[in-house]
Design a protein around this ligand. Sequence first.
Ligand code: FES
Ligand code: FES
Length: 183
Amino acid sequence: MSLPTRPLAVTINGHRRGPIDVPEGLMMIDVLHEMLGLTGPRLGCGIGICHACVVIWDRDDRTSEEVRTCITGAHFFEGKSIRTIEGIARRDDTGRVLALSPVQQAVLDKFSFQCGYCTPGFVMAATVLVERLARVPVPRSEVEATVSAALEPHICRCTGYVRYYQAVRDVILATPGLTRDAG
Ligand code: FES
Ligand code: FES
């Protein structure tokens, strides 16, 4: 017996993928891993808690948000535009990485990770945060709390939280336009 399928077309990292036939009810992480070869979003808990599996959904209103792909059916993404960790660095036409994003570079410089399993999720969360602050800057005095609130849903089993938080805070403080004077 074969499962009923439905076509799925998604723009991923700026490239339209599909339509491909995807079984009804299949979670997006399975499509990314098994059908599209994108294994950067990590399967951790599989039940929506650890956030290792997130992708960024780029909404039509130009805002972005994290979506957990282990608990979100693939067809939710029909016609949508998303980014995976593979699409965060700047690449040339052959796919070679030209430059890491500021968040990726800071995470590397700070050596924020240990095993690295949770790293894609943290990078996606920080990327969404940086993009939000570019639209709505926060007072410098609120950066620490803002970073904590954004990263708090992400679980690191190696307990490497401190350097993630420091890396993201440093990027925000060093990037013009993300913060404003209080008042
Ligand atoms: S694997 Fe998706 S939230 Fe843990
Ligand atoms: S670095 Fe190992 S789970 Fe976070």
